[in-house]
Design a protein around this ligand. Structure first.
Ligand code: ADP
Length: 250
């Protein structure tokens, strides 16, 4: 964000972006639920050039016991990028950025999980970024919601998330890496369609109030589309499970 970009044009004369998308167009998204046998819930998402796997465990009794909350479950999220997920080898292990992203995703999810139903427990969410090309916190949060639903954890709704930003003076949806690096603003949004709540909102860069309003509306409209893809992934998983049960009975 904000790196000087003399001579780099991110939007062409036809108003199209470097990967040919229109300003309000999402990258292709594929979501699959229930991809891991041993996790309680899981999801895999391919979002443009991002590839992310999420595993969920719990609710499980939290140890050591002094960390337990007698009133609700603790939502513990770990976002991690594989060393091979970016062009230069990423140093393994947590860093400032991954600690921040783990925190904001965990806090967003706490808004939708019925944590009071599971006192003294932990709900663990592991987000593993296998390939990254900007927007991984939004893709990770979107997939984590599906993985939690796949684990059967009661929630008031799924969270759909997407990043909106400003590139060459224009508000655009779902930034790729070059737009993130050389653009003027990046605003990740996490939205709960059933309640209309925004549970994740960050801003890197500058936007006027009018630009922010436009960006937020564009993001929310896109989240509604992503929400349909999340539900579709869950439906496909349960159709598959039901088919397997029927086959076993036969
Ligand atoms: P997000 O992935 O949510 O957009 P950032 O804006 O912090 O989060 O990062 C944008 C992109 O920059 C990432 O998706 C990834 O492609 C790249 N990136 C992040 N951290 C590193 C790193 N340590 N080394 C190389 N590239 C990185």
């Amino acid at each position: 964000m904000g790196i000087k970009k003399e001579g780099i044009k991110l939007i062409n004369e036809d108003g199209l972006r470097i990967d040919g998308r229109k300003p309000d167009e999402l990258r292709p998204i594929k979501i699959e639920a229930g991809v891991l046998k041993r996790a309680d819930g899981s999801a895999y998402i391919e979002w443009g050039k991002n590839k992310i796997l999420v595993g969920v465990y719990g609710p499980r009794e939290l140890h050591p016991r002094h960390l337990q909350d007698p009133t609700k479950a603790k939502v513990q999220c770990r976002y991690d990028m594989a060393s091979f997920s970016v062009i230069d080898r990423k140093r393994p292990g947590p860093d400032r950025r991954s600690i921040e992203i783990s925190k904001i995703i965990g806090e967003a999810l706490e808004n939708v999980i019925f944590t009071h139903q599971f006192p003294r427990t932990s709900i663990d969410i592991y987000i593993e970024v296998l390939e990254a090309n900007a927007g991984t916190r939004c893709a990770g949060l979107t997939a984590a919601s599906v993985a939690l639903a796949d684990a059967g954890i009661p929630m008031k709704d799924l969270i759909a998330a997407v990043s909106v930003g400003k590139v060459d003076g224009e508000i655009v949806l779902d930034l790729v890496k070059e737009e993130d690096n050389y653009g003027e603003a990046d605003v990740p949004i996490g939205y709960v369609p059933r309640t209309g709540e925004v549970v994740l909102l960050q801003m890197d860069g500058d936007l006027s109030y009018e630009e922010f309003e436009k960006a937020l509306n564009m993001g929310i409209e896109a989240c509604k589309k992503i929400y349909e893809m999340q539900k579709d992934a869950l439906k496909r998983k349960y159709v598959k499970v039901a088919t397997e049960i029927v086959e076993e009975v036969e």
